[in-house]
Design a protein around this ligand. Structure first.
Ligand code: C5P
Length: 310
């Protein structure tokens, strides 16, 4: 006897969120994008994407999960843009293809953890399998870079250095697993708004090299050294727009974190613990402060966008 699930001929993909362990912001390029030097780490907070065949010529999207009702499901959504990108650039007979995309959000929306980029990366992978398109991993990164600066990292995952707009990624070999507590904010922050505030607050400076302290801490697998080396230039702008984040960051350190920072453009904050057990204690202490909407315990690095069974 077969079940409905066994007959399903769709494809499922799981994609992680990211934290920027270091983020240095340089001058803007001709299109207004900033040159960045960053180290990404993929962490165990995921969006799950399922795709199935639909009427040729149609691409439809449904989204589930906390806050997803705020997101558009039209052609402005990065998942739909990723589908169109494959049809326009890779498919031989795009008029014969169609898909329905269903996304379950686990990554906070407008949280600075690359949730939109994760959906683009996951959709590129899922549809290239569903439609039987031959897309090599580096081609997926190139297509992804056209959709958003963080998409190539969402494809590769793990720990990686990001340069250019953050879209030129190179995997970094690291030792160990890092345990984090993520503090979710009541309301998201717009990435362009945070970059704009950064430009108002600071003079353009040449983009520095990737922090050697960070690389050394990651190579050694030393969470204490990593905690001390965490740094995010965008944190100043995010805290300027949301001053209450400073109280949360201070509370995380008081609660025993090895380090804490705003994740990307925020407002999510990430606190590093020395071990899994320490992360549980940290989570309990942070929960007691009531300074964030909710908290998640995650670990990294984890793999980038990947196929899941069933
Ligand atoms: O590439 P993505 O669409 O994710 O970027 C969102 C916004 O963040 C851009 O429109 C831009 O305002 C800002 N950004 C930037 N420099 C980068 C990456 C993003 O100014 N390197």
């Amino acid at each position: 006897m077969t079940t409905l699930a066994q007959n399903w001929d769709g494809v499922r993909v799981r994609v992680p969120a990211k934290i920027n362990l270091g983020l240095a912001v340089g001058p803007r390029d001709d299109e207004g994008y900033h040159q960045l030097s960053t180290i990404f780490q993929a962490v165990s907070l995921y969006d799950d994407i399922a795709v199935e065949h639909a009427e040729p010529g149609t691409i439809t999207l449904e989204m589930h999960g906390e806050g997803s009702e705020e997101l558009p499901v039209d052609d402005t959504n990065l998942a739909i843009r990723a589908a169109r990108c494959l049809l326009d650039n890779v498919a031989q007979q795009p008029e014969r293809l169609g898909a329905h995309i269903s996304i379950k959000k686990g990554i906070p929306i407008a949280g600075g953890m690359a949730g939109g980029s994760a959906d683009a990366a996951g959709t590129l992978l899922a549809l290239s399998v569903l439609w039987d398109l031959d897309v090599a991993p580096n081609e997926m990164c190139e297509l992804g870079a056209g959709l958003g600066a963080d998409v190539p990292f969402s494809v590769v995952g793990g720990t990686a250095i990001g340069e250019g707009r953050g879209d030129e990624v190179a995997q970094l070999l690291t030792r160990g697993t890092y345990h984090w507590v993520i503090a979710l904010a009541e309301e998201g922050l717009s990435t362009p708004r945070v970059f704009r505030r950064f430009d108002e607050l600071f003079e353009p400076a040449p983009v520095p090299q990737v922090s050697q302290e960070l690389v050394m801490a990651l190579t050694a697998g030393n969470p204490r050294a990593l905690g001390e080396a965490l740094h995010n230039d965008l944190q100043y702008a995010a805290v300027d727009l949301r001053p209450e984040l400073q109280e949360l960051l201070d509370a995380g350190l008081d609660a025993g974190a090895c380090g804490g920072l705003v994740s990307g453009s925020g407002p999510t904050c990430a606190f590093l613990a020395e071990s899994e057990a320490e992360a549980m204690t940290l989570l309990n202490r942070l929960q007691a402060t009531g300074l964030a909407r909710d908290y998640r315990r995650v670990h990294g690095p984890v793999a980038g966008a990947r196929l899941v069974a069933g």
